[in-house]
Design a protein around this ligand. Structure first.
Ligand SMILES: Cc1cc2nc3c(=O)[nH]c(=O)nc-3n(C[C@H](O)[C@H](O)[C@H](O)COP(=O)(O)OP(=O)(O)OC[C@H]3O[C@@H](n4cnc5c(N)ncnc54)[C@H](O)[C@@H]3O)c2cc1C
Length: 445
């Protein structure tokens, strides 16, 4: 890329949002370069090998409803590596028992002992709300539901389905998926997630790890790793991007830039944001959290499931577990691999503890459940800050204002999961949209 003239497009951040954006721009003929702060691209969608185990850092699974992700995987020759999980059933802990939580037929659900009849009969209210507001509930455009975004998920669930169904089914399922307490996400976010799931949602994984997609994209693109960008500023007919790379401080001029870093980092990378943009970025929040991966000689016989959620009244320090050995190629044949997510409160308490202490905390918690005490051969602890964007009550209103703003920083676009939803498909969609916006400002020569 030329150093002095405003040529090409710089993408700041090599997560799935930035890589998908760069891929799309390159496929249209734009000259692109991705600058990534870490030693490897992939961000929160990366896999790492630990002996014979493949540990997914960040994103654990994909889903059949991830339309754009599937299309991109096919484009880069990875369609064959998308596989269903060997087991996709889930369970919920209640009163010292694990209750299978997948209710494919209404009859199976009516017979399950997880909820009382009274609680079961209140659940259709949620499906009714999704149906009633279906025109506003577009998971890929959450801002369209801004008018419905009034209360937090905890309040909404209690009002619509009562305490029991809220505490023992819906809230723990969402907490285990999005690592958040129901007070920290909005009711409308819950409805958007339900709409997505009702649209068709089979769990899948890439053979060899979810990082296969970001790794393949990074191989095909000019990605400069270990380059931390400190400033992206409008500059005449383009932008100036300053960064620190392996050779020290450097700068680039480009026709446009896409800033694809977590929303909480944007303001520090873009010193010249317009006041309305800055106000939005100051409002963006991410949860932080801890995930512990346990390697086992054998899968625990007490866990014939993929996911297990722990409702808050059960008083554990965990939102849930996922049996990663059901993902193709994640564990050697016959071995077990589990990941456990600490609750927000437990993660805050354990943030500065040693990895061994955090792993012990998880094992002690599991010993208090029917799962029993596990004896792992190894443990990997990941502390995430930022972990997932928080779509808390009122957030979609701010998001709508930002996306519809009349004044935009010239030649700078934004991408990242905080613009669409806390999952890979949503991050990827934000990247594709940023590429479309660049093309409108900077047509291919
Ligand atoms: C523990 C965990 C579990 C998850 N599980 C799932 C799941 O099962 N399924 C699912 O679909 N989603 C899941 N997600 C969510 C999903 O991983 C994210 O939503 C998605 O990967 C975010 O992509 P992104 O490109 O927006 O951000 P990121 O992946 O965070 O990418 C941003 C990139 O910008 C880089 N960067 C930051 N600052 C700078 C700078 N100054 N200069 C240059 N580069 C910079 C970062 O290093 C990073 O690589 C999970 C996330 C986590 C953390």
């Amino acid at each position: 890329m030329n150093e002095k003239t405003h040529r090409g497009i710089v993408v700041v951040g090599g997560g799935i949002a930035g890589l998908a954006c760069a891929h799309r721009l390159a496929s249209w003929g734009h000259e692109v370069e991705v600058l990534e702060a870490e030693a490897d691209a992939g961000g929160r969608m990366r896999s790492e090998r630990h002996g014979d185990f493949v540990v997914d850092r960040g994103a654990q699974f994909i889903a059949s409803g991830y339309r754009n992700l599937h299309a991109l995987a096919a484009e880069v020759g990875l369609a064959e590596r998308v596989r269903p999980l060997a087991r996709a059933e889930n369970a919920m802990l209640r009163g010292g028992r694990l209750h299978p939580g997948d209710y494919d037929t209404p009859l199976a659900f009516l017979c399950s002992g997880l909820l009382s009849w009274r609680a079961k009969l209140r659940l259709p209210a949620l499906v009714f709300d999704v149906w009633r507001h279906r025109k506003q509930l577009d998971p890929m455009q959450p801002e369209r539901a801004a008018d419905l975004d009034r209360d937090d998920l905890a309040g909404y669930l209690r009002r619509r389905i009562g305490d029991e169904a809220a505490d023992y089914l819906v809230a723990p399922a969402l907490s285990a998926t999005f690592d958040s307490d129901p007070e920290d996400v909005s009711g409308v976010f819950g409805l958007l997630a339900l709409r997505f799931v009702l649209g068709g949602f089979r769990l899948q994984a890439f053979e060899g790890g979810t990082g296969a997609l970001t790794a393949r994209l990074a191989e095909r693109l000019p990605v400069r790793t270990a380059c931390r960008v400190s400033a992206v500023e409008p500059d005449g007919e383009g932008v100036r991007v300053r960064f620190r790379g392996p050779e020290g401080d450097a700068e680039r001029h480009a026709a446009a830039a896409v800033v694809a870093v977590p929303g909480t980092r944007v303001a520090s990378v873009c010193p010249a944001l317009l006041p309305g943009e800055r106000a939005f970025f100051e409002r963006v929040r991410y949860v932080r959290g801890i995930i512990v991966h346990l390697m086992l000689q054998r899968p625990p016989p007490t866990l014939p499931y993929y996911g297990v959620a722990f409702p808050r009244p059960e008083n554990l320090d965990l939102y849930g577990l996922a049996m990663d050995h059901h993902k193709p190629g994640a564990a050697p044949p016959g071995a077990g691999l589990i990941n456990a997510a600490l609750t927000a409160k437990a993660a805050a308490r354990a943030w500065d503890a040693s990895d061994a202490e955090v792993a012990e905390l998880v094992l002690d918690n599991l010993a208090r459940t029917p799962i029993g005490r596990l004896d792992p051969t190894g443990a990997v602890v990941h502390r995430w800050d930022p972990m997932l964007p928080q779509f808390d009550a009122g957030y979609t209103r701010g998001l709508g204002g930002f996306l519809g703003r009349a004044q935009c920083s010239p030649r700078i676009q934004f991408a990242g999961d905080y613009l669409v939803g806390p999952y890979t498909e949503a991050a990827l969609v934000s990247g594709l949209r940023a590429a479309d916006a660049v093309l409108r400002e900077v047509p291919v020569a």
